[in-house]
Design a protein around this ligand. Structure first.
Ligand code: DGJ
Length: 729
């Protein structure tokens, strides 16, 4: 890994064993983009580009070269207004109303390691020699504005991170109307855009569409990263599949409104950009103030989508997720939500906990309804005081009793919210997000607290800490259950109202930093009506996420498969719930439900006291089995083998880092009479090694499993599954 600057050629070459990324300072002083992809040894020779090319009816940005047309030149962080009519990476407005800027190269710095982003989550290093960074400093003398573009290239991954920082060095105010994290221009490529889209209960479907002249965009305006669009996109070649072809993946470490867009212009060039959603965004930069964009992770694979996903998984598992649980196996939990909803008391919870302890579940999670007067979703959010009527003896007693059963105790919170019917709202109505003289839209009968305010942030830190200090709580589920509407803060000045969404998320990050550092031994799981904020920003603070409120095993095949495009199994909460399923009314076998959930962080979410003796016995075996495979699931390499989006079957596998253990899952949705035979070809094994299938004792060659495959036995009935475990001998 190295970053070189070729002075005479004005070229920066960032490279590691696998990739090259090449930047050139163009003749107008602005940074241009030359190349990103598979490694090119002498990339400085690319200084012959860009070539000057006259085009009719275009403008040119330097006087003596009518072929220097920015519209036709690959740029690194493009401005608007100087002969490039594509969407820019940033936009400013000066005090005189001018929207023109000209940020030219001033200086650069190359150093080993990577700096932290102020107030924002980001990929971190354990040692400086894991990565090298480049800062390119650009300056506009008319505006007295400085822009620093930061790039980090990693030693062990074909990955580059990027972000940008604006600093107003002058006396005039500057409005930043758009400040994306990155932009990259690709020349002469016919890409398709791959995205993860959905809705509540069916998050992260894999969608793929070709790009034509114009803009193809995904975004969130919902306040959080959203169920509808994940802050991820990939550019892929039409023939790229799971194991072949090029894929450029972009993942934004951010949890609020974002945009990812690909713009293909009339010369067939594709501009990919990503960052904070410019819609409804403005940031006032006063003298000496600076603005830091979130970080984007740019991932290159020339071995298809699966390799791109594995790169993300490895980086996020080891350099994004923090704290004690990063490398620790996650506990098997039971959550009471679908088992009781709001209808519980201490006796009921202890009865469930006793049954859970019998089957060796390790953690009991008490979900919504333990505080204030909350017996349904109409009240009490914000009143984080235990409801002693429901839980006499409080959380201390409950936690103690659960600990006595040999289990840890975990608790649900929704700290960013307030119910209009709550003591907190009666005392501080001004703390809710709202617009003066306008009625606030409700969602799930609740409002959002204005986390741009430091008094609100401090209240949340204090209240959550007080509860966590009072009882022995080992796990927190941090929920957030509504989109943001009527964007407005009673505290922000009129000229800063459009800063609210970003200030909100900076406030949340401050709260999460404070609480997670105060309680380093607590396992945090984030949630937003299931997977409405399943993003790398939240993963930085909380190592796992409740993947979806849809717990149906068939639906979960798609949800977990789609989620795996970016996120590792160790980040996905996956529960076995009751049948008929509460979201889709489908009944699947306990085996199928386990066979799907056990490919994530296993939990149970049902009233376990209602299971019969045989079911209890089966669950006990499942928990035992999961404890044997969980390190493979949570830390192994994932392979997508058959897509639920394409057929009646799904298959996937985990392979341990040393290639010695393999776990394969195969799932059939609907049965058919007299069916065709199926086999699955495994991936990544040691071709020369022998593997023993643990239930049958049969021996297979690694080459056989990968080339011939393994034959799937005849699966009877709808919603059936087969799981194999192999061990190298
Ligand atoms: C939404 C979550 O996704 C559910 O799992 C549950 O915690 C409810 N909120 C509780 O209100």
């Amino acid at each position: 890994m190295s970053i070189e600057f070729f002075e005479g050629k004005n070229i920066f070459h960032l490279q590691n064993e696998e990739i090259s990324y090449v930047i050139k300072i163009l003749k107008n002083g602005q940074p241009g983009h030359l190349y990103w992809g598979k490694k090119i040894k002498n990339a400085e020779r690319l200084d012959r580009y860009p070539t000057s090319q006259h085009r009719p009816y275009e403008a040119y940005a330097v006087k003596n070269d009518s072929g220097f047309i920015l519209e036709n030149i690959a740029r690194e962080y493009p401005s608007f207004g100087q002969s490039d009519f594509r969407e820019p990476a940033y936009q400013i407005e000066a005090e005189n109303g001018s929207i023109i800027s000209d940020l030219k190269y001033k200086d650069h710095q190359i150093y080993s390691g990577k700096k932290e982003l102020d107030g924002l989550p980001g990929v971190y290093l354990e040692h400086d020699d894991e990565a090298e960074s480049l800062e390119i400093i650009l300056y506009d003398e008319v505006l007295d504005l400085e822009l620093t573009l930061t790039y980090t290239i990693f030693r062990d991954y074909p990955i580059i991170t990027r972000s940008a920082n604006f600093e107003n060095k002058g006396k005039q105010n500057i409005n930043l109307k758009r400040a994306l994290s990155m932009s990259v221009d690709f020349e002469y490529r016919d890409f398709e855009l791959l995205q993860l889209s959905g809705a509540w209960g069916r998050e992260r479907d894999i969608l793929r569409r070709s790009l034509d002249q114009g803009i193809t965009k995904i975004d969130s305006k919902r306040g959080g990263s959203s169920h509808q669009q994940n802050p991820f996109a990939a550019l892929v070649e039409p023939d790229t599949d799971e194991y072949g072809g090029e894929a450029y993946g972009f993942s934004l470490i951010y949890s609020a409104n974002f945009i990812a867009q690909a713009e293909k212009n009339h010369y067939g060039k594709t501009r990919m950009s990503m960052g904070i959603n410019p819609f409804n965004f403005n940031w006032l930069l006063e003298n000496d103030q600076s603005f830091q964009t979130p970080e984007v992770v740019m991932n290159y694979s020339d071995q298809g989508l699966n390799k791109m996903s594995q790169n993300f998984h490895q980086l996020y598992r080891s350099h994004l997720v923090k704290g004690r649980y990063r490398d620790q196996e996650r506990p098997v939990l039971i959550n009471n939500w679908e088992g009781t909803y709001f209808d519980f008391d201490t006796d009921k919870i202890l009865e469930m906990a006793e049954a859970a302890a019998e089957v060796d579940i390790e953690l009991f999670v008490l979900d919504d309804g333990w505080f204030g007067k909350r017996n349904d979703d109409t009240s009490s959010l914000g009143d984080w005081y235990v409801n002693e009527e429901k839980l006499p003896g409080g959380l201390e007693y409950l936690a103690q009793e659960i600990n006595n059963l040999g289990m840890d105790f975990g608790l649900w919170f929704e700290p960013e919210m307030v119910s209009p019917d709550s003591d907190l709202y009666r005392e501080h109505p001004e703390w809710a997000i709202q617009v003066e003289n306008r009625e606030s839209s409700l969602s799930r009968q609740q409002l959002i607290l204005d986390l741009s305010r430091s008094d609100v942030q401090d209240y949340i830190i204090e209240r959550v800490s007080a509860i966590l200090n009072k009882a022995n709580i080992s796990y927190v589920k941090w929920d957030m259950n509504r989109p943001m509407t009527e964007y407005g803060s009673l505290k922000l000045k009129p000229g800063r109202q459009r800063e609210l969404n970003h200030r909100y998320i900076l406030g949340l990050y401050r709260v999460l930093e404070a609480i997670t550092s105060r309680f380093p031994d607590v396992l945090f799981e984030s949630c937003a009506g299931g997977g409405g904020r399943f993003d790398p920003g939240m993963l930085y603070y909380m190592p796992q996420t409740w993947t979806s409120d849809d717990t149906d095993a068939v639906e979960r095949l798609k949800i977990q498969y789609g989620t795996s495009i970016v996120y590792p199994a160790s980040s996905m909460g996956a529960h076995v719930s009751a049948v008929p399923n509460h979201q889709v009314e489908r009944s699947t076998s306990l085996k199928m439900r386990y066979d799907v959930a056990s490919f994530g962080n296993l939990g149970y979410e049902l009233d376990i006291t209602e299971l019969n003796v045989d079911q209890i016995k089966a669950v006990k075996n499942q928990v035992k089995n999961y404890k044997e495979i969980r390190s493979l699931v949570q830390f192994g390499d994932f392979y997508r083998l058959r897509s639920p989006f394409e057929s009646n079957f799904t298959a996937w596998s985990y392979l341990s880092q040393d290639k010695e253990e393999v776990l394969v899952g195969f799932y059939q949705i609907l049965a058919s009479p007299n069916p065709r035979e199926q086999k699955v070809k495994l991936k990544g094994l040691d071709a020369g090694a022998e593997y023993k299938e643990l239930s049958s004792g049969e021996i297979y060659g690694g080459d056989e499993l990968m080339n011939y495959g393994i034959k799937v036995p005849y699966l009877k009935g709808d919603f059936s599954s087969k799981v194999w475990r192999f061990q190298m001998i």
